[in-house]
Design a protein around this ligand. Structure first.
Ligand SMILES: [Zn+2]
Length: 187
């Protein structure tokens, strides 16, 4: 009877293909992580946002939220989704962040040149269906015609959340992916 755990090779060889971790798709990720862990040296940060800030932004890969606002790991809670929209899950997360994780101010930060702005829901569904044949109409993508208008709506949604602690400050600003500047909006 063996007591040692299986080696990675033994483990992958007995796991059905559908349940296997797809190593070949993540080789660069895992290799880079080895480098990261080697240089890491530990952290004495807690899970609280040291600078009291939460940012809601888009998944756009051009945006590095910490560098946009000059902060570092440990400073900020970052929530991301397509279009930086305020969804039920964003509201849920902001409440937890405000009550338990030190967040006192919330910046909603969509951006210029966003794929989610300027196309209608119908256009996006039609494009996906045209290219792949998949009908995605059961999903609401929350596209926007006008980034300022949808941002204003999302700021109002968060400010109107009756459960958010009194005194939580909520602002909206559009990030320009070309200039790197934030443009705050009045709501
Ligand atoms: Zn975007």
């Amino acid at each position: 009877m063996r007591h040692s755990s299986p080696t990675p090779e033994e483990r992958t060889s007995t796991v059905p293909d559908s349940k296997r971790f797809p190593v070949e798709a993540f080789e660069d990720v895992l290799a880079a992580n080895v480098q990261h862990a080697t240089a890491y040296g530990g952290s004495d940060l807690t899970g609280r946002a040291a600078r009291g800030l939460a940012i809601v932004t888009c998944i756009d890969s051009r945006i590095d939220p910490l560098s946009v606002v000059g902060m570092r790991p440990g400073d900020v809670k970052i929530l991301r989704n397509a279009g930086a929209r305020v969804t039920d899950d964003v509201q849920r997360t902001l409440l937890l962040a405000a009550y338990l994780l030190g967040v006192q101010r919330i910046l909603i930060m969509p951006h210029t040149d966003c794929r989610m702005v300027g196309s209608s829901e119908a256009d996006i569904h039609a494009k996906i269906r045209g290219e792949s044949g998949t009908d995605t109409r059961s999903i609401e993508f929350r596209t926007s015609d006008d980034v300022d208008a949808s941002l204003a709506l999302d700021v109002v949604r968060v400010r109107a959340n009756p459960l958010l602690p009194a005194g939580t400050r909520v602002g909206g600003a559009v990030y320009d992916v070309h200039s790197g500047r934030l443009r705050p909006i009045e709501v």
